[in-house]
Design a protein around this ligand. Structure first.
Ligand code: SAH
Length: 365
């Protein structure tokens, strides 16, 4: 039987795995045993799963497999961070980044091959969009990275951020199933504080997420006014700032702490004192904290990073307004692993960028 016909067990969260077992006449509690083997012990060889009967192990071997993305490159930065280029079964390539700190280690993972949102300051956008990742391809980045880190004796991943390539809320079901596995005590057992979904502000997705998940939320805001945000994050034309912040307020309102506001610092574009004051005012009634992200350049970009002094001045204005603000330290820039530098390797299947540019020039957006 060819690999393609086998079920990929990484595609199943606990509920789906229990249903799969039940449909095959097995006890649903087997799902928990199997999850532990796969996700906690990193085992992909059914023979090693000694608390499953021989018959069950044989059936699993015939019908299923653990199929994670395969690393094609593995780059280590001076500062200890590490970037993998992973190849998927169809040849598409995506990137994940590991960021160790003294007390924790964060893995930044991708949710789509490319991205359709076309934010003007993001290098993923320059590559266009190819397709959504499956649940197995999303959790598989964590699975494979953890295996490789274990081999090296590196600090295990303690936090996951969906801040790599793609817009997670435009790949809703697969992202939710993957985060369920991250939070499941029988799989990765990460608390809600340790799993963060970052979005450009897909309002219907935020509303649905509030119903099914309690992951931490980050919003890529980048501008305090619609005019500038329309330019930086074209999705804003569909879901303007007030609608997005309302959805965020609803989301964090139900005991989910604060939303992290991401704000990329672009010299002379969004980094003035006036914009800092406008941002402070905008966030007055949003339970939030702000992450200022120094812009990370990539080839052909028209933007420059704000100076360190400008970033400090911007931060001070927010501080004085009582808003918790940190400046994100740039990590892994020697291996192009910093925010907004992930590009992967794929063909733009939709040619969305060109279509988008056409609609904009025809004045229909
Ligand atoms: N689509 C989601 C997930 C991507 S997260 C989102 O928009 O939130 C990646 C984060 O890095 C976002 O906050 C994004 O705005 C930011 N980013 C993108 N390009 C960047 C760049 N060149 N320099 C710094 N940050 C960037």
């Amino acid at each position: 039987m060819g690999t393609e016909e086998k079920v990929n067990l990484l595609d199943f969260d606990q509920a789906a795995l229990a249903a799969w077992f039940e449909a095959r006449g097995e006890k649903p509690f087997r799902a928990r045993q199997l999850l532990k083997w796969i996700h906690q012990r990193g085992v992909d060889d059914f023979e090693a799963m000694t608390d499953l009967s021989k018959a069950l192990r044989e059936r699993l071997r015939a019908d299923a497999e653990v199929r994670a993305p395969l690393p094609v490159t593995d780059q280590k930065s001076q500062d200890g961070s590490r970037k993998w280029l992973f190849e998927l079964a169809d040849g598409n390539r995506i990137e994940s980044v590991y960021i160790p700190e003294p007390d924790r280690a964060t893995l930044c993972i991708s949710s789509q091959v490319g991205c359709s949102l076309n934010c003007s300051f993001c290098s993923t956008a320059t590559r266009g969009f190819n397709r959504n990742l499956s649940t197995g391809e999303i959790i598989g980045q964590l699975w494979m990275a953890s295996r490789l880190l274990r081999e090296d004796g590196s600090l295990a991943v303690s936090n996951v951020v969906l801040m790599g390539m793609g817009e997670p809320l435009l790949n809703f079901d697969s992202v939710v199933a993957a985060t369920a596995l991250m939070q499941d005590d029988f799989a990765w057992a990460l608390s809600k504080r340790r799993v963060t979904l970052s979005t450009a502000g897909v309002v219907p997705g935020l509303e649905r997420l509030a119903e099914v998940s309690d992951v931490s939320l980050a919003l890529s805001l980048h501008a305090p006014d619609d005019e500038l945000r329309n330019e930086l994050v074209p999705l804003n034309r569909k879901y303007p700032i007030q609608q997005v912040l309302h959805a965020c307020r609803q989301y964090v309102g139900e005991g989910r702490r604060r939303v992290t506001i991401e704000y990329v610092m672009l010299a002379g574009v969004n980094d003035s004192d006036a914009r800092a004051r406008a941002l402070a005012k905008l966030l007055r009634d949003v339970p939030s904290k702000v992450n200022l992200i120094p812009f990370n350049p990539f080839p052909k970009t028209r933007y420059r990073r704000s100076s360190a002094q400008r970033i400090d001045a911007f931060r001070d204005i927010l501080h004085r307004a009582g808003i918790v603000t940190i400046t994100r330290r740039t990590r892994g820039d020697d291996i192009d692993a910093a925010c907004g530098q992930l590009a992967g390797d794929f063909m733009d299947r939709t040619r969305r960028r060109e279509r988008f540019e056409l609609t904009v020039s025809a004045g229909t957006v």
